[in-house]
Design a protein around this ligand. Structure first.
Ligand code: ADP
Length: 411
């Protein structure tokens, strides 16, 4: 375009000017003017229609344009599996898709590439406008893996249609949902058992046993113990949900662990009866305060010392150690001289309601939630929990928490 006119328009005007000059030279001025004005008007009118097209970019070709060269590199940068499907065949698959489905899938019919009965129908369905509901696929890749397949139609004119197939790994959220369902079922079961026992004893007391003093006292004692068990369980459940609700709020108060250990140790010793378990404390002098929540850290101490007393050897001491680590962390550990824990159980001890020996835990008044609470508190403190156990020798549960105001050196 030159000053708003296309080249063809200017050429046409030029020809008309030449034609009118020719008519003028023949001697007819009037005809020459009519030729000139009429011709230019006709050309300008035509230019209004035609020159716009002239100047615009060429009309899209009927043939499908292949996706631009940079697309494979772009989809490779996405960590989740992505496939570009052109006319029903996989034309591109990123690294994650090839790792999941096999290197051979490029060029394959997409129904063979994603070999799943739930996927085939949707992959072959006609293109639609807007978002489509995802399809859940179980067992693609590893047997327990769960994927959500999302399909988007590209509407880019490719012959046979072009689709972007995106696989979203849902294994983690399914596991979390499963855990939540199991947790509700376990918690209900744990509460129902003592409740059923209390109701049973109330019924018996209401009938014949209520008249016999000894029997009545024995039953009341059992009912009291069962009610206490329910109370402990409910307290632990409330604790867990509170700690989880605060999970992302980093505790930032300076807490003197040596002082806290002395306090908790003193309280537990005071509350013990005749066959008291000795609780020894070995606290280093140079330990800085930690960044923490003192109520939660004392809950950790109560739970760990409580476990060491429940599962330790009768009469043997429980030892609490406190030290500063060269990494900038502060470590405290509670050790007992009990039977120890078989290695295969250790990774599962922090799961809710996981017990090595259910009977022993219940008899000792355990809720099965203590170590789970400890784990959550330690995580909230950006700390670490280590459980070491030697069969026949004993168990040490250690907690590492960053010192207050320290930059922790990772080793
Ligand atoms: P519980 O209320 O049953 O003690 P926890 O969550 O505190 O629940 O601990 C889970 C399980 O870990 C316990 O049931 C017990 O089997 C085992 N356990 C915890 N601490 C010790 C320990 N110091 N020695 C041996 N076993 C332990």
């Amino acid at each position: 375009m030159i000053n708003g006119f296309g080249l063809r328009t200017l050429a046409a005007i030029g020809i008309i000017v030449v034609a009118s000059v020719a008519v003028f030279l023949i001697g007819d001025l009037q005809a020459s003017l009519i030729t000139l004005i009429g011709g230019i008007a006709a050309v300008l009118t035509a230019a209004g229609i035609g020159d716009g097209e002239d100047a615009a970019s060429p009309a899209p070709a009927a043939d499908p344009t292949p996706p631009p060269d940079h697309i494979p590199a772009v989809i490779d940068a996405i960590v989740e599996p992505i496939l570009i499907v052109t006319s029903g065949q996989v034309s591109h698959a990123n690294v994650a898709a090839r790792t999941l489905l096999g290197q051979h899938i490029v060029g394959q019919d997409v129904r063979l590439a994603i070999r799943h009965p739930g996927a085939a129908e949707r992959l072959m369905s006609p293109p639609r406008e807007g978002a489509q509901p995802p399809v859940n696929l179980v067992g693609l890749g590893a047997r327990e893996q769960r994927w959500e397949m999302r399909i988007g139609d590209a509407h880019d004119g490719a012959a046979g249609g072009r689709r972007i197939v995106h696989l979203v790994d849902q294994t983690g959220s399914y596991a979390a949902e499963r855990m939540r369902v199991d947790f509700v079922a376990n918690a209900s079961h744990e509460l129902r058992t003592p409740l059923a026992s209390i109701l049973g004893y109330i019924e018996t007391l209401g009938e014949e046993a209520g008249d016999e003093k000894d029997l009545r006292e024995r039953f009341l004692k059992i009912m009291f113990d069962e009610a206490r068990r329910m109370q402990r369980l409910i307290e632990d459940l409330i604790s867990l949900s509170r700690i989880e609700a605060e999970k992302y709020r980093l505790p930032d108060r300076a807490v003197d662990l040596a002082g806290l250990i002395d306090e908790v140790r003193g309280d537990i010793l005071d509350a013990q009866g005749e066959d008291a378990v000795p609780i020894l404390a070995d606290l280093a002098a140079d330990v800085p305060p930690v960044s923490g929540d003192s109520a939660q850290l004392s809950q950790v101490l109560y739970n760990l010392i409580g476990n060491a007393m429940k599962y330790g050897r009768k009469g043997a001491p429980v030892t609490i150690r406190l030290e500063r680590l060269p990494t900038g962390m502060v470590r405290f550990a509670v050790s007992d001289e009990g039977d120890g824990i078989p290695a295969e159980h250790i990774p599962r001890l922090t799961e809710r309601f996981y017990r090595v020996d259910t009977g022993r835990s219940r008899a000792a008044g355990g809720t099965g939630l203590g170590l789970s609470i400890v784990k959550h508190i330690v995580e909230r403190h950006r700390g670490r929990l280590d459980i070491e156990s030697i069969i026949g020798k004993g168990t040490t549960v250690a907690v590492m928490i960053p010192a207050h105001g320290s930059a922790v050196i990772k080793r």
